[in-house]
Design a protein around this ligand. Structure first.
Ligand SMILES: [Fe+2]
Length: 436
């Protein structure tokens, strides 16, 4: 990522040498955040900028693997000079682009039991021997992106329907307080009539949720064919909160390449391979990919009716701002799993997450058993908790909208489309406000 113009010449003490091991240590030098780490036990100290250039994940959460620094989210690996040596989503033969390299400090040195860092070129080749205990700068947070970001309080969000509660959270005759876009609303239900206070442009019930539109909405509702299909059984995850904005969270739900790193035990490490087709649609986009994968849980495999290796189609649908549908179909048996992710931007640093799981066994099969739904909901909840933990470490005010603030690789096509859709949404909101 680009850094702000701030720079400071000279050497800065950042940590005691014995504090720096093979776990990255966040430090500050010259007013900028860095991490220092030894890529081998007892080896020399390396210094890196505070964030991975890909999705700006703080490298304080990275790990040393095989003598390289490995980012916690997508496994990008950097050598001691900051050169990006490996990007797993590019496949075995893939070469990282030059932009993936980290812009490290000019130099890092160990001297008199301390680690010193020179962010920029300086006339002195080494730090001076300190007279006493050197003064270490207070640690800085990793930098915010330079360009604009899409945060939870973006004014364009006024003009959309947002989920604010499960339908079951508001009984008839009752009321409920919810947070949305940094404000509190009181919803009430009388004889099946919904009302909001302060008044809103709209309140409605859809897909088992209550929705609120603060101002005239211009978003495109997400279509969910599974909702009216009697071959599906469904269950809600208990709504959870993420201590960060909705944009990066939606980005994570659209991303298949963080699985082996963020969900090593909960999701089978089946990297999504090959390109996928992505089509822009009104209010968002759709991506479709077909792959051949093993399907050991198919009862038809045990009876010999179908082979172990089967065709699977994965479809992602996004509608701005934060509505997502992920459908996985085994084309031979018809068994389908659909997940809806619907996000409520409550406050700048709080997003409530509604996830609905919908399962079908396929034509001619019995409906999936209630125990299967309970089991799958529990698994998805574990996966979601892992995603929330990784979001909590991200420390971003929103989803970066300037392509120069991140490095995109082919596997990020959905992420790029999400950023474009949110840019379009933001521009449409501005036009709407100007016209009003
Ligand atoms: Fe995830």
């Amino acid at each position: 990522m680009r850094t702000s113009g701030e720079s400071a010449a000279g050497w800065f003490p950042v940590a005691r040498a014995d504090e720096v091991g093979t776990t990255p240590l966040p430090v500050s030098a010259g007013g900028r955040a860095w991490v220092v780490v030894r890529l081998r036990h007892g080896g020399e100290v390396s210094a890196f900028p505070a964030r991975c250039p890909h999705r700006l994940v703080p490298l304080a959460t990275a790990a040393v693997v095989d003598g390289r620094l490995q980012c916690a989210a997508h496994g990008w690996r950097f050598d001691g000079e900051g050169r990006c040596a490996e990007i797993p989503s590019l496949g075995a033969g893939g070469t990282p682009p030059p932009r993936a390299d980290l812009a490290g400090p000019w130099a890092v040195e160990e001297r008199a039991g301390w680690v010193w860092l020179a962010p920029d070129r300086t006339a002195h080749r080494a730090p001076a021997r300190p007279g006493g205990v050197p003064a270490v700068e207070p640690r800085r947070e990793p930098p915010a992106p330079v360009g604009p970001v899409f945060g939870n309080l973006d004014p364009s969000l006024e003009h959309a329907w947002h989920p604010v509660a499960l339908s079951t959270e508001l009984r008839d005759g009752g009321w409920l307080q919810v947070r949305l876009l940094g404000r509190t609303w009181t919803l009430s239900r009388r004889a099946d009539r919904l009302a909001a206070e302060p008044p809103a442009a709209g309140v409605r019930e859809r897909l088992g949720l209550l929705w609120l539109a603060p101002a005239e909405p211009h978003d495109v509702p997400l279509e969910v064919p599974e909702a009216g299909d009697r071959s599906f059984v469904a269950g809600w995850l208990p709504p959870l909160r993420s201590p960060g904005p909705a944009g990066p969270l939606a980005d994570t739900f659209l991303d298949a390449t963080h699985g082996p790193f963020v969900h090593p035990s909960t999701l089978a490490a089946l990297p999504e391979t090959g390109p996928y087709e992505l089509v822009r649609e009104p209010g968002g986009f759709r991506s479709v990919q077909e792959q051949e994968v093993d399907n050991p849980v198919d009862p038809g495999v045990a009876t010999g009716e179908r082979p172990l290796r089967q065709r699977r189609r994965t479809t992602y649908v996004h509608r701005a701002p934060f509505q997502l549908r992920l459908r996985q179909e085994f084309l031979d048996s018809g068994a389908t799993t659909t997940l809806l992710y619907l996000l409520q931007p409550e406050d700048a640093d709080s997003t409530r997450i509604y996830v609905r799981l919908m399962l079908a066994a396929g034509p001619g099969q019995r409906l999936p058993a209630p125990a299967t739904v309970v089991e799958q909901v529990a698994l998805q909840q574990q996966v979601l908790e892992e995603d929330i933990r990784s979001q909590a470490a991200l420390l971003l005010p929103g989803l970066p909208l300037d392509p120069r603030d991140e490095v995109h690789v082919p596997a990020d096509a959905r992420g790029v489309a999400l950023r474009q859709a949110l840019c379009d949404f933001l521009v449409a909101g501005r036009r709407g406000r100007l016209a009003a």
